[in-house]
Design a protein around this ligand. Structure first.
Ligand SMILES: Cc1cc2nc3c(=O)[nH]c(=O)nc-3n(C[C@H](O)[C@H](O)[C@H](O)COP(=O)(O)OP(=O)(O)OC[C@H]3O[C@@H](n4cnc5c(N)ncnc54)[C@H](O)[C@@H]3O)c2cc1C
Length: 340
């Protein structure tokens, strides 16, 4: 990670060695899309996957849940597990509107990928910041580049269309230096742009009746935590394990799932809130202070002191003995279904 100034000169930074140290050499980074692909390839033969469809209504009955799909008609399942992210539709249908659970952290985020950008710094996350505005550039495989923007902003007048979102970024970053002019040109050509609030999800319970939530849908820690994918995987693993262990008693499984993870996730959410200001400090003083802290990371032990608790943690995941159970440990009325 390298923080740069207006001309691209290095202000501060640290190498992956810091993460290696914090994780005992177990640091690995992979794209969310690769993780998705791997999960899909591993499970596609044993479960039914419906693409391009979504749940539009849920109706809980005594012994099952009635699910209405936008295209696929009405079906019934023993349980419904919502893994549909920060803006979960399953959460909205089963628990209530997004506003009841979303806690905006005071930042917005935008990101897009581009092909053939002429500057490449392999394996380096470059970060440029002005008060309340951050631009990140990350070199990807196959000549691709990822740009990320984090900026302070309220939730009013949130731009809806792609053109409005691009215009908003132009507005926010007007006068920015470093590679903003070149990035702006790439932005104008982009056909897809991720644009969202930086928010967390806080719920009193991650299940209701026969419906449960995992990952961002249940407890989004936000991108500033930098661990949302791992936490989503952990929650899926624990929920599946507890369901298998409970042998059909889903109430028991849902409760064990929450007992195991709730305080752990709450700690992650608190850590992310603290960390949010380090991504896009709001003042020049804050920026200066953040850069000093990052500089100190190269001193032995300093990173462990500042972020060690948030990055490497001691969660003992149970061994649910999948190998002994084999396939079919959890059975459902129609088999297990995943919707993406
Ligand atoms: C810019 C950015 C950078 C990030 N960087 C990191 C990082 O470095 N490390 C990290 O660990 N995490 C990072 N995160 C967070 C991470 O991406 C999420 O925490 C993680 O993807 C959550 O996984 P999930 O499966 O719960 O939800 P998601 O990955 O959001 O997946 C939800 C899925 O549900 C689908 N879906 C949504 N609505 C519906 C619907 N109505 N019907 C059917 N399907 C639907 C979506 O298409 C999507 O495929 C970042 C996030 C952002 C935005």
């Amino acid at each position: 990670m390298r923080i740069v100034d207006d001309e691209g000169g290095r202000i501060a930074g640290f190498g992956t060695r810091v993460f290696d140290e914090l994780t005992g050499g177990r640091y690995v980074t992979l794209a969310r899309s690769d993780l998705s692909r791997l999960l899909y390839e591993t499970s596609a033969e044993s479960i039914e996957v419906l693409f391009g469809d979504e749940i539009v209504a849920l109706e809980e009955r005594a012994d099952r849940v009635g699910v209405r799909l936008r295209r696929g008609g009405e079906r019934h399942f023993d349980l419904v597990v919502g893994a549909d992210g920060l803006h979960s539709q399953v959460r909205r249908l089963a628990f209530g509107p997004q506003q009841a659970f979303e806690r905006h952290l005071g930042y917005g985020v935008a990101a897009f990928e581009t092909d053939g950008y002429d500057r490449r710094d392999e394996n380096t996350y470059l970060m440029y910041a002005k008060p309340g505005r951050m631009i990140g550039r990350f070199t990807l495989r196959d000549d691709r580049t990822l740009f990320v923007f984090i900026f302070t902003g309220d939730t009013d007048r949130w731009p809806g269309t792609l053109a409005e979102q691009k215009a908003k970024l132009h507005d926010l970053y007007r006068g920015a230096r470093w590679e903003w002019p070149a990035a702006a040109g790439e932005l104008d050509r982009a056909n897809e742009l991720y644009f969202d609030r930086v928010s967390q999800i806080e719920m009193d319970s991650w299940s209701r009746g026969r419906v449960a939530l995992i990952g961002d849908a249940a407890f989004c820690v936000s991108l500033v935590a930098g661990q949302g994918s791992a936490l989503a995987m952990i929650s899926a693993y624990v929920l599946a394990g507890e369901l298998a262990r409970a042998g059909g008693s889903y109430c028991e499984a849902f409760s064990a799932y929450e007992t195991r993870l709730r305080s752990y996730i709450a700690r992650k959410q608190r850590g992310a809130k603290r960390f949010a200001t380090a991504f896009a400090p709001r003042t020049s003083r804050g920026l200066w202070f953040r850069n000093q802290v990052v500089r100190a990371f190269s001193l032995p032990g300093a990173a462990r002191l500042v972020v060690g608790r948030d990055i490497a943690d001691r969660l003992d995941l149970p061994d649910y003995r999948w190998d002994e159970r084999g396939e079919g440990a959890t059975e459902s009325r129609e088999g297990l279904g995943i919707m993406r």
